[in-house]
Design a protein around this ligand. Structure first.
Ligand code: PLP
Length: 425
């Protein structure tokens, strides 16, 4: 499909010499060789573990192989790698000072900008990672209400602290004793969990849409979002929106502003500073007291360079109409991939907002087809993921999309060659 375009590192030109050597060294000094969401071990062997750098929508692995980036560092990169205005703001702030005895004035500038950008926000606090932000939101909800129980959707990811990490190793039942569970988009299940919590309900923590890794994504039902709001209004609990993954990729404001539902508290990180380490908690005045009671801090939470990066990122998102750009390229990507899947005779689901899509193959047990497809696309220069939603950045050009579509077309072709007749078998 996109004939004549340059191939980014043709299949046979790809080497993994340095990556292999680094993996071997890492196995000796890093438990398991690597840990967390960026461990390449569970991915097909074509995936590099170590990355060298990136510019715009292009990235290079440690061996110098290049790709069009559709993972965007698992979400933080929204304007493209090393966006000039963001990097200039970071360099200028770093020249003045970053980690100091007190925060820099940019902290107040950024809090003001967030309060004026996000409708429900009357105040802002900052941290480093999304887990800091979701944990702080729960603490504020508890401090404000004097209650303990927080409801979360079954299977939702809210971070990697003991109360929310998806694997049980190293945690105790007590870490989750104050959680209750509901099913995403199922209001009766949330009402039942709230009734069970009774007068101990401190908050309901929910993501803007259902984006559990490895499953088809589900857009929020506006009636569900409104129902959660009503439940919190009726009980005095905090409605907490976990905007860590979606924030500033779907809307220049809270991701539920287009749905018309305002949370009391929201957690942000990832795209807020275009790859620089920053998280934020935003909240309404009704929860300001609780927010000033909790003791939350960290050695690097007040570092100024990432805050300067966030100021520049939010300004650039607005100036470049970046959300619309991501929507446009994401739509072209979706339309192209769905046309290819149909042409090659695969039944697929392509779910979620076009800026954060995820592709599954019908009946694909253990993600075998998705893994082969993703590895095929990766070999041909499109960095996608078989078990996690992808991320479109505003740096993607028409040419980048065409290169990705050429790669996915060849990946579908290769998959078709290796599967028997019939849709997905
Ligand atoms: C919805 C959501 N919440 C919280 C987190 C945790 O963020 P972090 O990994 O920065 O701690 C993530 C990370 O992927 C996330 O997607």
């Amino acid at each position: 499909m996109a004939g004549g375009l340059p191939r980014l590192g043709a299949d046979d030109a790809r080497t993994r010499t340095l990556d292999g050597a680094l993996r071997e060294r890492a196995r000796a000094v890093i438990p398991g060789g690597m840990y967390g969401h960026q461990a390449a071990g569970p991915l097909p062997p074509e995936y590099p573990q170590f990355m060298r750098g990136g510019r715009g929508a292009r990235i290079w692995d440690a061996d110098g192989n290049s790709y069009i980036d559709l993972m965007c560092s698992y979400g933080p990169v929204v304007l493209g790698h090393r966006h000039p205005a963001v990097e200039a703001a970071v360099a200028a702030q770093a020249e003045l000072g970053d980690c100091q005895n007190g925060p820099s004035p940019v902290m107040v500038d950024l809090a003001e900008l967030l309060v004026s950008t996000v409708q429900h926000a009357d105040w802002a606090m900052f941290a480093k990672n999304g887990t800091d932000a979701t944990t702080t939101c729960c603490m504020i909800a508890r401090a404000q209400t004097g209650r303990s129980r927080v409801l979360v959707a079954r299977g939702a990811y809210h971070g990697a602290a003991p109360w929310c990490t998806p694997r049980p190793a190293g945690t105790t039942p007590a870490d989750r004793a104050n959680l209750g569970y509901f099913t995403y988009n199922d209001l009766p299940s949330a009402r039942a969990a709230a009734a069970e919590a009774g007068d101990d309900l401190a908050g309901i923590l929910v993501s803007p849409f259902k984006h559990d890794a490895g499953y088809d994504q589900e857009i929020v039902d506006p009636a569900f979002a409104r129902g959660l709001r009503e439940l919190c209004d009726a009980t005095g609990a905090a409605l907490i929106l976990d905007d860590v993954r979606c924030g500033f990729r779907l809307h220049l404001g809270s991701s539920w502003e287009p749905v018309g539902v305002a949370p009391d508290l929201s957690a942000w990180s990832k795209a807020i500073a275009n790859g620089h380490p920053l998280a934020a908690v935003l909240g309404r005045d009704a929860f300001r007291d609780g927010a000033s009671q909790v003791f939350v801090t960290g050695s690097f939470w007040f570092s100024a360079a990432a805050m300067a990066a966030a100021l520049a990122t939010i300004e650039a998102l607005r100036a470049e109409d970046a959300i619309a750009a991501m929507r446009r390229q994401g739509t072209a990507l979706r339309d192209g991939i769905l046309a290819q899947a149909a042409a090659w005779g695969f039944e697929v689901s392509y779910t979620g907002p076009v800026q954060m899509p995820y592709l599954t193959f019908r009946g694909d047990r253990g993600h075998a087809l998705a893994s082969a497809f993703a590895a095929g696309a990766l070999r041909r220069g499109a960095f996608i993921h078989p078990r996690h939603n992808w991320f479109v950045s505003a740096a993607m050009t028409d040419e980048d999309v065409a290169i990705v579509l050429a790669a996915t077309d060849e990946a579908f072709a290769a998959l078709r060659k290796h599967t028997k007749e019939g849709p997905n078998v």
